[in-house]
Design a protein around this ligand. Sequence first.
Ligand code: DGY
Length: 321
Amino acid sequence: MTDRPKVLATRLMPEAVETRFHSEFAAISNPDDRPLDSDAVVAGATGCRGIICSPTEKMDADTIARLPESVEILATFSVGCDHIDLNAAKARGLIVTNTPDVLTDATADTTILCLLGAARMAQDSERILRQGKWGRWAPRDMLGVHMSGKRLGIVGMGRIGQAVARRAQGFGMTVLYHNRRPLNAPDDQGATFYADAADMLPHCDFLALTCPLTPETHHWLNAERIALLPDGAVVANTARGPVLVDDALIDALKSGKVFAAGLDVFTGEPKLDPRYLDLPNVFLLPHIGSATVETRNDMGFRCLDNLAAHFSGRPLPSRVV
Ligand code: DGY
């Protein structure tokens, strides 16, 4: 018997995090990292006071309603909360925490990687090399477009958007942003605010989607908005797949309206629209925005810090509801 609070972790976390998890809590982990559906989460949480979940578990209203009464807190191993029905959590009095800040740099780095990888046709060039098809250096081969000095529009100027803006300035880019509200200096990073995205899009040689997925941002980048971009724009999505409309982006990639796209997230992932795989002008990553050793450790520790604070009655480092 232990008086340590019983907590279920739905996914196998980094080793250092699991070690601390087991030392501070009556920990139930998922050593084989097998996928847990809603029934398995509900059953696994029997007698638990807390759950560490991740974006791979849909914590919808039904699942939340079926959780054992004993569950007081849901700590998600992510900054994004679109997999959790926050209203249902609030109504049930379930505390939800996430992992902001610690993944800002890694995700901003990945956004720059997507922009640059797409602009410079990095994946297709690497494919040519790996397939032994690189015949010789040639003035006209494997031409991308310049990123330095261009104009970048950022959709969603939260922590990650701001970190992307800082990096983009290192490339001499002019930064514009669209957000629910304008930011004060220095958070605005000196970028120009557009209340109406339709006014910003015609000035975006590059466009980075870094907003949370909400009903307002669902399918935000659609055919109508793509049409407003300059011809040959470059688009990156490190937010969530459903922030853009795949049909519209694929049409634009095929026609050349969009020169290239860098995508780290997909609707229905880990599946993705197979048409992307056949396009030479997309730079594809499997949702690795926060995937560095340092960041994943910090995300796990943040989950544990939130749980520990809750169980000892201290203020929670990152409470969502
Ligand atoms: C998040 O934290 O929301 C990411 O998408 C996973 O790193």
